[in-house]
Ligand binder design. Sequence first.
Ligand code: ATP
Length: 213
Amino acid sequence: MEYGRSLQKIGVFGGTFDPFHNGHLAMAKEAVRELSLDRLLVIPAGNPYLKGRISPYGIRFEMADAALRTLSDPRYEISDLEADEEKPTYTYLTLQKLHKEYPESRLFFICGRDVFNGIRNWRSPDRILKEAALAVFRREGSGKEGLPPEEDLKKEAEGLKEIFEGASCVFLDSVIPPVSSTMIRDMISGGKDISGLVPEGVERIIRKKGLYR
Ligand code: ATP
């Protein structure tokens, strides 16, 4: 893929982030490095309707913000674009808003393979793929097993390109720590120590607010 010199490359990293963990932090850093992004926006979902019970938006936002602060790098930004907790959060709408805000930019939607695998079931996958290239991290050993093998995911990428004109998928090489938010929540409710699995600022918020007990 060739991008004009003047085009800014922006990573769009959406998620529930309940809580934001070291896997998320590694994805943010590796996406910027592998894709040479000019900036990366972390966007906590206000109402991720495909997930069950989740912590309030404000708390998840605070944790993601605390995690990004540890990087002390202005390229990483937290965004409240999906702050609305009432209406379901649709990624295509977020991408359309970003496209309007940054018309001279190329958007990359950063995700793990579990999300990539289900993207056809999201609202308006055609519009998601029109607005952004998908940048997909592999995800092993983090309680998200049962995903199709790599070759099948590559086939899925080909299929998406056939159905949705202009679709583009990049598979990233970096190995991300096998952590999931579910694992963190389960460990806390089971009284286990989560240090080393989430950034320190996130751990402090979890402890202070007594989350996931
Ligand atoms: P949960 O366990 O509650 O489902 P999660 O750990 O998957 O949460 P999300 O906030 O749902 O976290 O994930 C946001 C994005 O980050 C998704 O695209 C997901 O695939 C990706 N992701 C999260 N953890 C990892 C990981 N360890 N490796 C690769 N991708 C990940």
